[in-house]
Design a protein around this ligand. Structure first.
Ligand SMILES: [Fe+2]
Ligand SMILES: [Fe+2]
Length: 159
């Protein structure tokens, strides 16, 4: 978990999460703090293990921890957060011991995390699914105002 913990304590990662927390302090819908990021990481990891795969934990956690890191740039500059996030992720991963090849794999997953297209990589597909699955719609007070279609909401515990 060494490289994963390096991401969690990276000064840019911590700074962006603080900005996002401030940006979202009055948000009633799902937030994008460390709880969400770790929920996504663990759901991805569980799915990979259940599929009997040799799960690349450092890549799974890197993609999950960094997939929404561009949110502050989206809120303040209007840059789509998958694009801003992939750029930030590239900088952060370089300082956390990830190789250029690993960084490309993680950034590609981040770039595709809002699309359900078949073009995505295996890591990207897993990130998309876990991101959606992480939301506790059945226990959400803002559910009636949420723009997620009812059929996509998580109305029971899946994992
Ligand atoms: Fe996102
Ligand atoms: Fe997310």
């Amino acid at each position: 978990m060494d490289r994963i913990n390096r991401i969690c304590t990276d000064s840019r990662f911590v700074r962006e999460l603080e900005h996002i927390r401030e940006d979202e302090k009055d948000r009633k819908f799902c937030r994008h703090g460390i709880e969400h990021l770790l929920d996504v990481a663990r759901l991805m990891y569980i799915e990979a293990l259940e599929a009997g795969e040799d799960a690349p934990r450092d890549l799974i956690y890197a993609a999950a921890l960094l997939h929404d890191i561009g949110r502050h740039a989206q809120y303040t500059k209007g840059i789509p957060h998958e694009t801003a996030g992939a750029d930030l992720a590239r900088e952060i991963l370089a300082g956390c011991g990830y190789s250029p090849e690993e960084t490309d794999i993680v950034c590609e997953a981040i770039l595709g995390h809002r699309s359900s297209s078949d073009e995505r990589t295996a890591l990207g597909r897993r990130l998309y699914k876990a991101d959606k699955m992480s939301r506790l719609c059945f226990a959400c007070e803002a559910r009636s105002e949420c723009n997620w279609p009812e059929e996509k909401m998580n109305l029971e515990v899946g994992v």
